[in-house]
Design a binder for this molecule. Structure first.
Ligand code: SAH
Length: 324
């Protein structure tokens, strides 16, 4: 099984702050708690990338037969063991440390399959971090043929929005840096993703869904894709930015969404500013295509190409990246 080429990125998780952020994200927590409570009774559950162990604790509390928590960082794994003990769940949860790609199930489950795989693998714009690759690897090794993935479906969407002030700032920032013309750096500004909360009143168009992934059978290859987009102006305006958001859904109907109009999550929304904004009237349609790929050197990063058919028939192409 392939091992992540850039294990380095996992180092970010060996700190309290990121876990505090995730544990404080109420839409995230509510969705996972509800979905786990509804789906794990009497099941053998595998928690991929257990972090602080919250999903495993919920699964054990909800009556799972047994829970296997796999976490890359040994110090986190040790704390999951301690936490299970402190909460009377030590016999219900087996904690393994290391990469899920290299893990083996504990002896009492050796050679068996699991009934449920739960994981919070979600990154910015759904796929940044490419942790879903690791969950797919776990699924292909251990999920029973009639087993359940939590979440079971994930969709990535894009919408056009007005944001003239930030667009102007991006254009003009490098023009005068203490008297120097630094516009050589300007292309970077437009290339880089911005993570921020959308103002719903800035949304101008309908949304297009660029990926719709079924966790039961999605392959790693399908996490790089091309997709058409068709964004219909709902009123007159100028699209300065393409805003990506996602939703994931769970067996039983629970949905976790980062749509601009929904309560904010720690993923916020992911924004890409068009070098040339796109003006339209209500009813006009922005047509184009996105190509979503992993970073060339670091597969956890995202390289995005957006082509748009411009009024007059020319096509414009922008290259974007999510890399932190
Ligand atoms: N499940 C927790 C943590 C989610 S963050 C929660 O919902 O709060 C993702 C966690 O997965 C991090 O702690 C990271 O160290 C771990 N992780 C990511 N990729 C992994 C891999 N390939 N093998 C094992 N652990 C991994």
């Amino acid at each position: 099984v392939a091992v992540p080429v850039d294990e380095y990125q996992l180092t970010g998780y060996a700190k309290a702050g990121i876990h505090e952020t995730m544990l404080s994200d109420r839409p995230r927590m509510r969705a996972y708690r509800t979905a786990i409570a509804a789906n794990v009774r009497d099941k053998v559950v595998l928690d991929v990338g257990a972090g602080t162990g919250i999903l495993s604790l919920w699964a054990a509390r909800a009556g799972a037969r047994h829970v296997v928590a796999i976490e890359y960082h040994e110090p986190l794994a040790a704390k999951i063991r301690e936490t299970a003990r402190r909460n009377g769940l030590a016999t219900k949860i087996t904690v393994l440390s290391g990469l899920v790609e290299r893990a083996e199930l504990p002896v009492h489950l050796a050679g068996q399959k699991v009934d449920v795989i739960v994981s919070e693998w979600i990154g910015y714009a759904l796929l940044y971090e490419a942790m879903l690759d690791s969950v797919i690897a776990a699924r292909d090794r251990w999920l029973a043929p009639d087993g359940l993935m939590l979440p079971g479906r994930a969709r990535l969407h894009v919408v056009g929005a007005a944001d003239p002030l930030n667009h102007k700032n991006k254009r003009e920032f490098w023009e005068d840096i203490y008297g120097f013309d630094m516009t050589a750096y300007r292309p970077w500004t437009f290339r880089e993703a911005a993570i921020a909360v959308s103002l719903p009143e800035n949304i101008l168009t309908t949304a297009s869904t660029v990926a719709d992934l079924d966790m039961r059978n999605v392959t790693v290859g399908e996490l790089e894709f091309g997709a058409p987009i068709e964004l219909a102006f709902e009123r007159d305006g100028t699209v300065d930015v393409l805003t990506f958001f996602f939703d994931v859904s769970f067996e039983g109907g629970t949905v976790l969404t980062t749509a601009p109009e929904a309560p904010a999550t720690h993923w916020q929304q992911t924004h890409f500013y068009l070098r040339t904004p796109f003006a339209g009237r209500a009813g006009d349609v922005m047509r184009g295509r996105v190509i979503w790929a992993k970073g060339q050197t670091r597969k956890r990063e995202v390289a995005l190409t957006v082509s748009l058919l411009r009024p007059g028939g020319k096509t414009s192409t922008d290259h974007f990246a999510i890399e932190f």
